[in-house]
Write a protein of this length. Sequence first.
Length: 368
Amino acid sequence: MDLLQQARTEIDAIDAEMAVLFERRMRAVADVARYKAQTGKPVFDAVREAAVLEKNTARLQDETLRPYYRAFLQEAMSVSRAYQRAMLGRDTAAYQGVEGAWSHIALRRLFPFSRAVSFATWGEVFDTVQNGDAQFGVLPFENSNAGDVSTVLDLLYTHPDIIVARMCDLPIRQDLLGVPGAALANVRTVVSHPQALAQSSVFLQQHGFITRAWNNTADAARHIAELNDPTVAAIASAETAGLYGLQILAQGVNADGDNTTRFIVIERAAQPPVMTGDGQRLALLFTARHKPGQLAAVLDQIGACGFNMECIKSRPLPHVPFEYYFYVQLVCPAGCTSTDCDTLLDTLRTDCSTLRLLGAFTLDTAEN
């Protein structure tokens, strides 16, 4: 038996043991779910999970393996949370659009075991999460080229019971899709969302295509599948091609290879977001007193406490003409603790008319 075969035999034996341990672990997870059902506790406990990661990674003798083991544990805890949500009936996630839309793709990568429910508008996603019909909502928040999605930000402001539970970046690659048997040389018209058309303008102009705007990239793909015309193509995702039986005529037609959309996961707040400090981002909504220097004072306090402000956005204050609220996203400094976060918020309250902790989360990448 050569070295490769020996290693594979050893891995097979370990996997057999792990299967037994996995069932044992999930039986314990089920007990946790039943306890949480009785007490009303949330499935996700950031403090507990941080402690588990710290304790278990410290058990490894080989320090070079610790980051890999940490990733392994994080995946195991993600599966455990999904199982608990299924047991508790909290596994529904809402999104805007149709199957195959980028919001749906982000949802499937973030919550692969959840029941996905679609809605026509972002407001309906917020409402269904707020009234408890869905545990989570997945919505676009900002694009690296087009900027923030102002409507979603305004919905966050007007839904005080909603928090941002998670934030993730999804690289966007748009392909040119056609019906089976179609060829790039025969395409005359391209259908897609205006933003996708704009981002693919160089490719479209090179080929002299006629363009037609559509309300959604995935819906555009569904439309040409139903049309079944080889001269009409859609710009959408490769995932969408598989959903609607289309073929990819050209890959990566959007000009900017760094095109990324940031998605947020919203949840109805059973309790305030849990701040653990180091490695987290804090999202805050606030209004400043309408006096000279008040906004500057708030920003100065953020810097003085050691937090890096990676973005600030202003939006019109509802029902108060020509006054504004602000959204800031802060990166907790190295060594930061939950006490440091509380100190920052207490300090900011002296200079803010209103202050709301919208979320405390890590930034993920929702890639395959």
